[in-house]
Write a protein that binds this ligand. Structure first.
Ligand code: HEC
Length: 428
């Protein structure tokens, strides 16, 4: 753990530099020592704290005019050496002495490098967190379960290695950095993918495809449909047959399911409905199936996953299942197996993780060469029906963070799922 944190500190050097540079720029303070500044032609030394750059140039380096003296906006991408001469010696970028109102500071080269990093970031030239000229660092917050996380990690690593073997993205290699929580990865990485830790709120960077259904936040790009959306798709599928009607079991779930318009339209208060929407606990599934011979039982995959393989054939055939992702045997199995490196565990989770990695890779390509978190976020928002081959088509937008709204409808055979429909969206 110590080693990991030390490594993260090294990785995030660039970001911390820009942070220190911001302090310098805004307050003139350098921790641990006092720096002095001089106004040229003036022997008097003034603490730099009283002459913060932002006082004259503005907090956003937007430039300012006071008492007839103009401190220009600092927008250009000044090379570090030029900035050093400006700040230390009062020599401008054209090689001439600057107006005496611009002070000279006894900052070290490192401090000026920090200022430089801050100015670059202010101007959107930022080598964003986790991005260098030849690398993009992506985080995987692994959570506490090491079996789960190592399966997921292998898949994502393989996906990145594949991209890297083909020249990377704008010549940058993608590097996976893992740590138990988002809080450990923040600052060292551009974004997180397929995270298994649920402190996603600790992160203000994009989190793509957290493997937890409950995740939400303006930076969280979810790839799992909500339960209501899956029910909606299921009922829209049932409504294709005009004779269909439904009844909800257990009855105390009727209000919840009835809140989904597509389901409410099919609800039958009395008499035998053709289909039972089973919204109960998995332990009760077999009993409900037995108690309702000859009727179709519809349920979400999450409520039947553990039981379905041991149901007798007759019961299995009456079961209609809504799946939030492609059943593993329908999704690009070669890709998942190649990435699994011999591990047969958690096929659905691995498919989700690989899907999330493919979404990220696509967005990185769209974000362009000048990669920042904002550009990555904007690129994610351009995905519209994007196909990964593993998870349903993905659509985000400004303000739309749930990328997959719907379900696949399947029936269970003895050893696999049979796809009944293509992706069924939750709404029209
Ligand atoms: C007391 C006001 C003041 C403060 C404080 C100040 N500047 Fe300036 N700065 C100026 C003025 C005025 C100019 C314009 C000089 C000129 O045009 O010759 C200037 C010019 C510059 C330039 C442009 C040089 C060029 O060649 O065009 C840079 C870069 C700059 N300042 C950076 C800084 C940084 C970094 C700090 C803080 C470490 C800082 N300034 C603090 C007043 C200030």
């Amino acid at each position: 753990m110590k080693l990991l944190l030390a490594m993260l500190a090294v990785l995030s050097g660039a970001a911390f530099g820009a942070e220190r540079g911001r302090d310098l720029f805004e307050t003139g303070a350098t921790p641990g020592r006092d720096v002095v500044a001089t106004l040229r032609g003036d022997a008097v030394e003034i603490p730099a704290r009283l002459m913060a750059c932002a006082n004259c140039h503005g907090v956003h380096a937007e430039g300012r005019t006071e008492a007839g003296v103009s401190a220009p906006p600092l927008t250009g991408n000044l090379p570090l050496d030029v900035l050093e001469r400006v700040v230390r010696d009062g020599i401008g970028k054209d090689g001439k002495p600057l107006h005496p109102a611009m002070p000279s500071y006894r900052f070290t080269r490192d401090e000026i490098a920090d200022l430089h990093a801050h100015l670059l970031r202010l101007n959107g030239h930022s080598p964003a967190n986790g991005v260098t000229p030849d690398e993009i660092r992506i985080g995987l917050a692994t959570g506490p379960d090491t079996r789960l996380s190592s399966a997921v990690e292998r898949v994502i690593r393989a996906a990145f290695e594949d991209v890297n073997a083909h020249g990377g993205i704008f010549r940058r290699k993608i590097l996976l950095v893992s740590g138990p929580r988002h809080a450990d990865l923040k600052g060292a990485t551009l974004a997180s993918v397929a995270s298994l830790a649920n402190d996603w709120n600790a992160s203000d960077q994009p989190v793509i495809g957290p493997l937890s259904a409950a995740a939400e936040g303006s930076n969280v790009f979810t790839l799992l449909p909500a339960e209501t959306e899956q029910w909606s798709s299921l009922c829209r599928y049932l409504a294709r047959d005009a004779r269909n009607s439904v009844q909800v079991l257990p009855e105390d779930q009727q209000r919840f399911i009835g809140s989904v318009p597509a389901c409410r339209a099919l609800l039958r208060e009395t008499g035998a409905a053709k289909t039972i929407l089973f919204a109960g606990r998995e332990a009760d599934l077999e009993r409900v199936i037995r108690a309702n011979p000859g009727r179709q039982i519809a349920a979400l995959h999450i409520a039947v996953a553990r039981t379905v393989s041991r149901l007798p054939e007759e019961a299995r055939n009456r079961l209609l299942i809504a799946c939030p992702a492609l059943p593993a045997d329908q999704a690009d199995p070669a890709a998942i197996d190649a990435a699994a490196a011999g591990s047969p565990e958690f096929p659905a989770l691995r498919a989700m993780a690989l899907g999330a990695a493919r979404v990220l890779i696509e967005a990185l390509k769209r974000a362009g060469r000048d990669l920042t978190q904002d550009r990555l976020q904007a690129a994610l928002e351009t995905l519209n029906g994007f196909e990964t081959g593993l998870i349903p088509p993905v659509t985000f937008g400004p303000g739309t963070r749930s990328g997959v709204r719907g379900a696949y409808l399947v029936r269970a055979a003895a050893d696999r799922f049979i796809l009944l429909s293509s992706w069924m969206t939750a709404e029209e």
